[in-house]
Design a protein around this ligand. Structure first.
Ligand SMILES: NC(=O)c1ccc[n+]([C@@H]2O[C@H](COP(=O)([O-])OP(=O)(O)OC[C@H]3O[C@@H](n4cnc5c(N)ncnc54)[C@H](O)[C@@H]3O)[C@@H](O)[C@H]2O)c1
Length: 284
């Protein structure tokens, strides 16, 4: 079975497919019959993902932050499958946790290069390929709750993820008239390798489950739960959704930080939970 979008059959490219959300997306798309082009700067990890897929899929080692890397993965995809119908532009890095005045310019630039320039280059390549194929298709970009809300850390990351909203909306306007849809997913807190970058710092990997307890759903998310939203947005089931961003965060983006909403900030989740249990007639 081949993956079909808007009447065309072809492969789906997933960047950052060697780990976390990209690997989960590759697995979900392959389970739907897609041939996946699994792109990662760590080629061995991309190959490992491909080895777990049941469809004819390939791994490509490429750095998505530079034009050569993007040309390489596109050329390999087209050589191998002829047509590309879907893109999950997902690769990203979290970068520096330093306080704003101490963030080094080179660290800021690197995060922007991967998360923004890499996504922009991927979009350009996708639109050029759609034009060459004379087919429509669909694109999903991994945004973040950091695209929608502020915090005092990961300044470069937040800036880059806000920029992905601009890319999503611009591409949606550009592609809409010819049936090419671009949407985003905004994951909340999902334990992956991303969080090992600052394992010992507050807001890094070490307190991830503690922070997860402040999510309205009282837990962190799973990569497979994000992959469900990605595959839906890529598919024809989302045929009239364009330029939107679906939050996959257990309700975190909708927490009112100045009201008792049970979410992040000063609220003690156990108190909020006791209140809800009482209100529902249970023990307190
Ligand atoms: N995990 C979360 O809680 C979370 C929340 C919101 C958004 N996100 C976003 O999800 C996306 C995936 O993150 P993840 O959590 O799966 O992290 P991850 O570190 O597990 O996976 C990211 C993958 O991208 C690859 N990569 C990094 N730089 C690259 C480059 N220049 N070229 C090609 N590949 C590169 C890495 O090698 C890795 O395999 C990122 O854009 C991230 O910002 C993650």
């Amino acid at each position: 079975m081949n993956f079909s979008l808007s009447g065309s059959e072809g492969a789906v490219i997933v960047t950052g497919a060697g780990s976390g959300l990209g690997a989960a997306s590759a697995r979900k798309l392959a389970s739907l019959g897609a041939s996946v082009v699994a792109v990662d700067v760590d080629g061995a990890s991309a190959q490992k993902t491909v080895d777990s897929l049941a469809t004819k899929s390939i791994a490509v080692e490429a750095d998505i932050s530079n034009p050569e890397g993007v040309s390489h993965y596109m050329a390999t995809a087209v050589d191998s499958f002829g047509t590309v119908v879907g893109y999950h532009l997902n690769a990203g890095i979290i970068g520096s946790f330093d306080p704003l005045p101490l963030v080094r310019v080179e660290d800021f630039d690197r995060v922007m290069a991967v998360n923004v320039r890499g996504t922009f280059l991927g979009l350009q390549a996708a639109f050029r390929q759609f034009e060459a194929q004379r087919t429509a298709g669909s694109i999903v970009i991994t945004a973040s709750i950091a695209s929608l809300r502020g915090s005092h850390d990961v300044i470069a990351y937040q800036t880059s993820k806000h920029a992905t909203l601009g890319l999503i909306r611009s591409a949606a306007m550009y592609g809409g008239p010819v049936g090419i849809r671009t949407n985003g997913v905004a994951p909340g807190l999902v334990p992956t390798e991303l969080h090992t970058a600052a394992a010992d710092l507050p807001g890094g990997g070490s307190d991830i489950f503690e922070r997860g307890a402040t999510v309205p759903m009282r837990r962190t998310g799973k990569p497979s739960e994000v992959a469900e939203a990605v595959s839906f947005l890529l598919s024809d089931a989302a045929s009239y959704i364009n330029g939107d961003v679906i939050s996959v965060d257990g309700g975190s983006a909708f927490v009112n930080s100045v009201r008792p909403s049970g979410g992040a900030g000063k609220w003690d989740p156990s108190e909020a939970d006791a209140y809800v249990r009482t209100a529902m007639g249970g023990d307190s």
